[in-house]
Design a protein around this ligand. Structure first.
Ligand code: SF4
Ligand code: SF4
Length: 313
């Protein structure tokens, strides 16, 4: 059905600029609950989707007691959550991070930590905690390391001089201690995914890393995010035209908890990509977040529907 026409794209959660019904995604089953551990990061990458840096604390460090509250809610509502994702910023800067990991694995969840594997992870106390956690819960923990490119020069161009070597050093340490790793790269640099995967494979072989470069959940290649990119809005008829299913999108199976600076309580948001937009804030409890999400943001089109990315393992 065609409705009234809006002046701008991504302006109306129900209708697109051309008046067609906007696509919505139903939460099929909450499989992954993400926690943003805080936006502070030890580095400042050129294209960080969440604008992390050594000074950005728009999302503050989440505390273990706050995570516990959401874990309790998962259990109380018998939600089918299998995996807890921890993302930042750099999660290993959060003072509670290893207590948070311990809480989650003790409750039986798999834990995926997104890290740059640099100095914050390499601190003595963190290393010793990780070794202990891995000894007891190694099957449940994966550290997914951001290695934007297999080529040192291109990686450093994005993340800063010397970052490639430091990340490889962190990965070597994880490897030596048999801590399960995955890798997240970016696809903008390479026009051919197969070539990129072959190059990652060679790098992993060189360092004896036990990561499968051809398994998309072990080596995840993300499309680049451009906030101002010209992209079409997604209508209900797009699913058939694009041969895509709404069930493949992150918001059909996950939510993220964020703690905004000056907020008294953490909030649940629709996905990891939209932590700041109030339209995607679903309240302070999981029970109120289990609803449809209107694809009313440029990221929905560019990153998820047209780019086909997902954050989970
Ligand atoms: S390491 Fe990750 S969180 Fe930190 S600035 Fe880079 S992309 Fe952002
Ligand atoms: S950005 Fe992607 S995961 Fe997030 S609400 Fe939009 S479509 Fe869903």
């Amino acid at each position: 059905m065609i409705r009234s026409v809006s002046l701008n794209k991504f302006n109306n959660p129900d209708y697109t600029i051309s008046g067609e019904r906007r696509a919505k995604v139903e939460l099929k089953s909450l499989k992954t609950l993400w926690f943003n551990t805080g936006t502070l990061c030890n580095i400042e990458c050129k294209n960080c989707y969440i604008q992390s840096s050594p000074t950005n604390d728009d999302l503050v460090y989440i505390k273990v007691a706050e995570v516990q509250k959401f874990i309790n809610e998962i259990l109380k509502l018998s939600l089918p959550v299998q995996e807890i994702g921890l993302t930042g910023g750099e999660p290993f800067m959060n003072p509670d991070i290893t207590k948070i990991i311990e809480l989650c694995v003790c409750e039986g969840f798999n834990v995926l930590v997104l890290s740059n594997a640099m100095a914050p992870m390499m601190r003595k106390k963190i290393k010793s905690d990780l070794i202990k956690l891995n000894d007891q819960f190694g099957d449940q923990i994966v550290i997914r390391v951001s290695l934007d490119h297999w080529d040192c020069v291109k990686h450093d161009a994005e993340r800063g001089l010397g970052t490639f070597e430091k990340t490889i050093e962190g990965m070597r340490w994880l490897n030596e201690h048999n801590i399960k790793m995955a890798v997240a790269g970016r696809s903008e640099f390479s026009d051919n995914e197969q070539t990129a995967r072959m190059a990652y494979e060679e790098l992993f072989r060189l360092h004896n890393f036990k990561i499968d470069a051809f398994n998309p959940s072990e080596t995840v290649l993300f499309p680049e995010l451009e906030e101002n990119a010209e992209v079409p809005e997604i209508t209900e008829s797009c699913w058939n035209i694009l041969n895509k299913s709404p069930n493949d999108l992150m918001c059909s199976n996950s939510r993220m908890v964020v703690k905004r600076k000056r907020a008294s309580l953490p909030s649940v948001v629709a996905c990891t990509l939209l932590p700041y937009d109030p339209e995607f804030d679903l309240g302070t409890e999981l029970k109120n977040s289990l609803k449809d999400v209107a694809l009313n943001h440029v990221h929905c089109s560019k990153f998820c529907v047209l780019g086909g990315a997902s954050c989970s393992a």
